[in-house]
Ligand binder design. Sequence first.
Ligand SMILES: Nc1ncnc2c1ncn2[C@@H]1O[C@H](COP(=O)(O)OP(=O)(O)O)[C@@H](O)[C@H]1O
Ligand SMILES: [Mg+2]
Length: 139
Amino acid sequence: MKKIITSLPQLKKLAAWIAARMTTGKEKKIGLSGPLGAGKTTLVKLIAKRLGINELVSSPTFVLMHEYRGNKITLTHIDLYRLSSADRDTVREIAEIIDNAQYVAVEWPERIPAIAAKLEKIYHLRMGESENERIVEYK
Ligand SMILES: Nc1ncnc2c1ncn2[C@@H]1O[C@H](COP(=O)(O)OP(=O)(O)O)[C@@H](O)[C@H]1O
Ligand SMILES: [Mg+2]
């Protein structure tokens, strides 16, 4: 599937659709891949909001992981941008956290194949033609 997003309301709609798939159990653990600035963190923020989490989701690029707790929902947001497969202890720790988490969104999943393998769906984001355009592809 391929979606072209050209505005924030459109991205919100996609976030609502992804959040619904998470809460109905279709995919509770997802990955968001794509270059810096593609909109991965922005999408996670919107998904969190949609899951009923009011706490602001900040970019975890410099902090590997954040947990966002709503009423009955916990979204674990992980960013693998700075992690290497060679960092075996951290990779093992993150894999364990993902196993035990309720809902998970991982940025840069392709950096660590062992972690990508734990995710049920990967959304690929990239820049479109114009400044606010983004292309989202998934299987
Ligand atoms: N249609 C869009 N979808 C997502 N982000 C957009 C869009 N148009 C503009 N942006 C902007 O692009 C930037 C994406 O940044 P961010 O979500 O941090 O990207 P990433 O996490 O992929 O590096 C934000 O400043 C956001 O406001
Ligand atoms: Mg990001």
